[in-house]
Design a protein around this ligand. Structure first.
Ligand code: UD1
Ligand code: MG
Length: 451
């Protein structure tokens, strides 16, 4: 409950030309979620009272993403990109309608922690009217510098292009995050001018204006990693790496074993319980839950799947959306499961495709089994009863039901339902010709001798 009364204004109007993409920059993903999604999730986790997202013209996809992640997010359009000050004022009606703190975040800065926002809000509670999030980057070039007095009080923010050589020596930089506890904030922001190197309305000028009005200003510092801004794909990859490293550490701290954590890739919503062991090279797409005690062997790919308690998955298993594996299920190498509920203790240990349907508890699916779920037009279900045994290399042509405890003979193409406890097999009878091999060899050797 760090900012229950805050309005969070998210700046997302930038075109992001350096991404060289037809997709707006803030929709590019980190850990399977758009950068805008991460920032709006931060707003949610900070209990923001309201969110306004400032977008450029023709950004319907950005608006849709905002609405999907933060219910009731207000959209404000900045028609021309005239600077960050102008961008915040695009949300004028939301700011004027709001009584309480206003926090500005950038949609291309996806790694800020809720605890950092809480520290900024604490500064406001201690009496600051304007609190700025600063950091000390290895290379400050390009960033606005936070100019402080001898006591450390924030006097102004100077943009790199406008800074004197002495000011450029300052290593404390502006992250872009600014929080305001200023009544009638838009009146203050309206006083920002554009006589500077870029001819833009700099939000950062609000600090000097506030000081001139006798208001209190403050700085909160955080790590450079947290305020990494993404402008190009290389920085997107950097943000991804930082996010992944954080998530891996958090899971290990909560009791998950990762043999080679750097090779495990997680999504924003991955849920893994304690005492799960994960071997190298495992990818978690969105929507995956792993329950306690499960063992994930090397080289698996998961998305939209539930892995039950004490299950044993992989190596080389692929679980796709709708794979719901109960406790103690075994899914082995080169097995793909999609939209199938597998009952407790059921097994598909090698080389199979299970698509659309259900597998009863303790059923055994032999190597090479295929659920033939698609006829080019419709998807149909394969339902396998408890304890059934599907012999190797069986094709189960859906829609089809295999009764509890039934046996399917290896190599069968099963097109009709099979009753509980029955044996079904579909293959031609085996023929045996005693002594045939010897006769064949003799004949072939004679022929070779002639030629
Ligand atoms: C800004 C800060 C700088 C800080 C840096 C941190 C200002 C004037 N400068 O500079 O002090 O060190 O961020 O990365 O604020 N945007 C709009 N509309 C606009 C302009 C920008 O929505 O008209 C959005 C962008 O999409 C982006 C954010 O505001 O999300 C920052 O804009 P950007 O142009 O990247 O600012 P910087 O020059 O990097
Ligand atoms: Mg920038």
């Amino acid at each position: 409950m760090s900012t229950p009364s805050a309005l969070i204004v998210v700046l997302a109007a930038g075109k992001g030309t350096r991404m060289k993409s037809s997709l707006p920059k803030v929709l590019h993903k980190v850990a399977g979620r758009s950068m805008l999604g991460h920032v709006l999730d931060l707003a949610t986790r900070c209990d923001a009272a309201k969110v306004a997202v400032v977008v450029g013209p023709d950004m319907a996809k950005v608006e849709a993403e905002a609405a999907a992640v933060f219910l009731g997010a207000e959209i404000a359009t900045q028609v021309n990109q005239r600077g960050t000050g102008d961008a915040v004022l695009a949300a004028r009606s939301a700011i004027d309608a709001h009584e309480g703190d206003v926090i500005v975040l950038y949609a291309d800065t996806p790694l800020i922690r809720p605890s950092t926002i809480a520290r900024i809000c604490a500064k406001l509670n201690e009496g600051a009217n304007v609190a700025v999030l600063g950091f000390r980057p290895k290379d400050p070039t390009g960033y606005g510098r936070l100019l402080t007095d001898a006591s450390g009080a924030l006097l102004a923010i100077r943009e790199d292009k406008d800074a004197s050589p002495a000011e450029r020596q300052v290593d404390l930089c502006n992250s872009g995050v600014i929080a305001f506890r200023v009544p009638r904030l838009t009146q203050l922001l309206d006083r920002i001018g554009n006589s500077n190197a870029k001819g833009e309305y700099y939000l950062t000028d609000a600090v000097e204006i506030a000081r001139a009005d006798g208001l209190q200003t403050a700085v909160v510092e955080c790590d450079e990693d947290e305020v990494l801004g993404v402008n190009a794909r290389s920085q997107l990859a950097e943000a991804e790496a930082i996010w992944q490293q954080r998530a891996r550490l958090a899971f290990m701290d909560s009791g998950v074993t990762m043999i080679a954590p750097d090779t495990v890739w997680l999504s924003f919503d991955t849920s893994i319980a304690n005492d799960v062991t994960i071997e190298p090279n495992v990818f978690f797409g969105p929507g995956v839950t792993v329950e306690s005690g499960a063992e994930i062997k090397a080289n698996c790919h998961f998305e939209g799947a539930v892995i039950g308690r004490d299950a044993r998955i992989g190596p080389f298993a692929r679980l796709r959306p709708g794979a719901k594996l109960a406790s103690e299920v075994h899914v082995g190498n080169f097995v793909e499961v999609k939209n199938v509920a597998m009952g407790q203790g059921s097994k598909a240990n090698h080389l199979a495709y299970l698509g659309d349907g259900s597998v009863g508890a303790k059923a055994n699916i032999g190597a090479g089994t295929i659920f033939c779920n698609y006829d080019g037009f419709n998807k149909s279900k394969t339902e396998i009863g408890e304890g059934a045994f599907i012999g190797s290399n069986s094709s189960l042509v859906a829609p089809i039901k295999i009764g509890a405890g039934a046996y399917i003979g290896s190599g069968s193409v099963i097109t009709k339902d099979v009753g509980a406890g029955a044996l079904a097999l579909e293959r031609s009878a085996q023929e045996e010709r005693p002594g045939w091999a010897e006769k064949f060899r003799t004949m072939m050797a004679r022929r070779k001798g002639k030629s």
